[in-house]
Design a binder for this molecule. Structure first.
Ligand SMILES: [Fe+2]
Length: 437
């Protein structure tokens, strides 16, 4: 699709502020879908969701419905979810296992790599160009897909950096999360928690590395947990996991400042490093032993020395490595976004580790949680506040120019620097102003 020439992207961004239209204008949302979501690497799913041949999982890349599927040779494919015949969605449910896909409309059957198997009354296509020599008779594969340590990403563009290059400095966040499994593998556990936000997708993606908001926004949940715990617990009582999980959201500003931020090309970033809101959780018996048995003491210490908070794989996915949860971003329209929350099991770790991750996801990320609605209230007010004509510009001024950049281009800053937002919009502008492919 050609670019809407009436949108002057350059005019919507200053080095330290962004125009409110980027969050409210449906035409800009359309351009984001075409030029960002349909071009860059988008998270599709985890290999553990398609363990066996024939296992499939359906999702979207921007506006495109796709199928993640494991073929009988063990290879994983990402197919467009569209029958090659009349175009009906080939798969109608979320997940399952098949020997072959059969379209519900005219019964065309396709192998799990998209290749046509059978057509009812195939002779009716004799002497037409819609025959087996025509590649369009197969279900089309998405142009590029690849996996990094179990995390499958796909791109609708034939051009662009390979996945490893694109991940750059945030690949190490996946490494640290996977290395926390004594058996060296993660597995999705339980189902998905889906949570619709009546707000633009960028509010969520920005907020995940916004360390200025937690102490204020999460006062109602985190501070309440602290007060209740103080009232009900004796000093000798073990601190419940829920209190360990809630409390750090209202640590002092200095704590969040010291957590730090790291930002990279393509809009990626992570908050926290040596310390984060996840670094003071209690030990779970048997876990360190299992990790040391697998990797030795030195590597185990090395793994625990990184305590990153949220890592953002811009624009579609975010992980919390130390607690093994993931949130996936699904923009629906300029003011509607679905956030999916997933929990991972560390293979080879005590089951209590999984239980704590599930508790975290339930308390912090689920649609019935206590912390997410704090954020949602802010996103909702942002969406409505930016409809106001009072001021066209949204601030990204904080600690402007105080970040450091190393020779590889990696950026490091104190935790409350707005650099993550400036870095996201730098990438956003590059994608949205790139020439048509
Ligand atoms: Fe928050």
């Amino acid at each position: 699709m050609s670019r809407d020439k009436t949108i002057d992207i350059e005019s919507l961004l200053h080095k330290d502020e962004v125009h409110r239209r980027v969050y409210t204008d449906p035409a800009i949302f359309d351009l984001e879908m075409d030029r960002l979501w349909h071009r860059t690497w988008i998270y599709v799913g985890h290999e553990s969701q398609v363990k066996n041949p024939g296992d499939y999982f359906t999702t979207t890349i921007g506006r495109q419905p796709v199928i993640l599927v494991r073929h009988k040779d063990g290879e994983i494919h990402v197919l467009y979810n569209r029958c090659a015949h009349k175009g009906a969605q080939l798969v109608g449910d979320n997940a399952g296992c098949v020997k072959a896909f059969r379209c519900c409309y005219h019964g065309w059957r396709f192998d799990t790599d998209g290749a046509l198997l059978t057509i009812p009354l195939e002779g009716g296509y004799d002497n037409t160009n819609f025959c087996r020599d025509n590649p369009d008779i197969n279900v089309k594969k998405v142009p590029r897909y690849d996996s990094y340590r179990g995390f499958v990403f796909a791109s609708l563009s034939v051009e662009g950096p390979d996945l490893k290059t694109w991940l750059g400095g945030v690949a190490s966040s996946i490494d640290n999360m996977v290395d926390r499994a004594p058996d060296g593998e993660l597995e999705i556990t339980g189902g998905v928690l889906r949570y619709t936000h009546d707000s633009n997708w960028k509010f969520f993606v920005e907020n995940l590395n916004d360390l200025m908001h937690a102490i204020v926004t999460h006062q109602s949940s985190s501070q309440t947990a602290r007060i209740v715990a103080k009232r009900l617990m004796d000093d000798k009582d073990a601190v419940p996991w829920a209190v360990e999980i809630f409390s750090p959201f209202t640590n002092r500003y200095s704590f969040f400042e010291e957590m730090g931020l790291h930002a990279f090309d393509y809009g990626h970033s992570y908050s926290g490093g040596k310390v984060s809101i996840h670094s003071a959780y209690s030990d779970i018996p048997g876990y360190v032993d299992a990790l040391e048995a697998a990797y030795g003491k030195e590597k185990t210490l090395d793994i625990f020395s990184e305590n990153r908070h949220n890592t953002i794989f811009y624009p579609s996915a975010t992980i919390k490595g130390p607690i093994q949860t993931m949130r996936v971003v699904k923009p629906i329209s300029v003011d509607k976004t679905v956030i999916e929350s997933w929990t991972f099991r560390l293979k080879g770790a005590p089951e209590a580790m999984t239980q704590r991750s599930i508790l975290y996801c339930t308390l912090i990320n689920s649609s019935a949680n206590l912390v997410g609605p704090d954020d949602y209230e802010s996103y909702h007010r942002l969406q409505h506040g930016l409809a106001s004509q009072a001021n066209d510009w949204v601030s990204m001024h904080r600690h402007l120019g105080k970040e450091t950049v190393d020779e590889s281009g990696a950026i490091e800053a104190e935790g409350t620097n707005d650099i993550v937002f400036r870095n996201q919009f730098k990438a956003w502008k590059q994608y949205l102003t790139a020439e048509d492919a």
